[in-house]
Design a protein around this ligand. Structure first.
Ligand code: HEC
Ligand code: HEC
Ligand code: HEC
Ligand code: HEC
Ligand code: HEC
Length: 145
């Protein structure tokens, strides 16, 4: 038989872990959404490897998700593919349907929306220049393999 004293210790520990568990759960109520860790873009100019972890880990200048997933700012709704809004077309006479989820057509009719490859080039390269880190030259991103 386990002594009463030992049972008290066991119950004590159980309560302790329950409290710690609840506190941890309360402190981190939502786990960050899953993002694909690495993405390989395949285009005519060669493959481009994009590594989420290299960009979001603490050592990587502490970038936040919304430094890139910019629209709307600080909103989980922005954590979607850039290409959903920045389509392959050059012009925005016909904004992508997805805009209509959040905007009335007349709110956005004059918004220039840059095409997919410009969004990547501008977004990637301007930030690398700003941080003086990360590739800027064509061949540093595009691998001909
Ligand atoms: C340095 C810029 C950058 C940062 C920081 C970043 N992402 Fe991304 N993310 C991208 C790019 C680029 C893509 C690919 C978009 C595409 O294919 O159109 C992407 C794709 C995604 C996708 C896939 C969307 C889909 O439908 O395919 C998810 C989900 C995502 N990111 C979540 C996150 C989360 C969560 C964080 C923060 C922990 C984060 N991202 C931080 C640039 C970034
Ligand atoms: C939900 C729609 C949406 C998504 C998703 C989106 N964008 Fe945008 N983006 C916009 C809109 C609208 C504009 C123009 C207005 C503005 O600057 O906010 C824009 C503008 C830009 C610009 C030009 C900014 C400037 O200063 O001229 C860049 C670069 C860009 N986006 C890159 C990206 C990248 C990279 C991603 C993915 C990580 C992304 N966008 C995802 C809607 C989106
Ligand atoms: C998930 C909802 C959502 C989607 C999808 C979305 N937007 Fe927005 N948009 C917002 C919110 C919220 C704001 C105001 C706050 C902000 O700027 O982040 C905004 C602001 C704007 C503004 C005013 C920006 C400024 O700086 O004055 C423009 C223009 C705009 N959106 C255009 C677009 C276009 C074009 C698309 C489609 C390519 C789009 N939005 C898709 C939610 C969205
Ligand atoms: C908001 C800023 C920002 C944006 C946007 C951004 N980067 Fe970076 N990138 C960085 C920083 C900062 C580093 C340096 C990280 C380090 O050295 O630890 C980096 C490093 C890299 C590296 C070298 C590290 C590795 O992954 O092996 C590659 C490749 C890269 N970026 C590709 C891209 C591509 C492709 C895009 C666009 C889809 C992009 N980046 C968008 C900030 C950014
Ligand atoms: C920071 C990384 C990076 C650098 C630097 C870079 N690119 Fe890109 N490039 C990309 C990404 C990401 C894409 C988009 C892939 C996609 O659309 O799936 C792309 C797409 C392209 C495309 C395909 C465009 C299309 O419309 O399909 C061409 C061509 C291209 N790049 C040429 C270049 C040239 C030339 C340079 C140098 C002047 C350059 N890139 C520099 C990352 C980079």
């Amino acid at each position: 038989m386990i002594s009463k004293q030992k049972m008290k210790v066991v119950y004590g520990l159980m309560v302790y872990f329950l409290v710690v568990g609840v506190l941890c759960y309360a402190a981190f109520p939502v786990s960050p959404p899953e993002e694909p860790m690495r993405i390989m873009f395949k285009v005519t100019a060669g493959k481009v490897l994009f590594d989420h972890y290299a960009h979001t880990s603490e050592t990587a200048y502490g970038l936040s998700c919304w430094d890139c997933h910019h629209h709307p700012l600080d909103d989980d709704a922005a954590l979607i593919a850039c290409g959903e809004c920045h389509t392959a077309n050059e012009t925005a006479e016909q904004p992508p349907d997805i805009c209509g989820d959040c905007h009335e057509p007349d709110e956005i009719e004059d918004t220039p929306i840059i095409k997919r490859s410009d969004a990547f080039h501008q977004g990637c390269i301007e930030c690398h220049q700003a941080f003086e880190a990360g590739p800027i030259e064509c061949a540093a991103c595009h691998m001909m393999m």
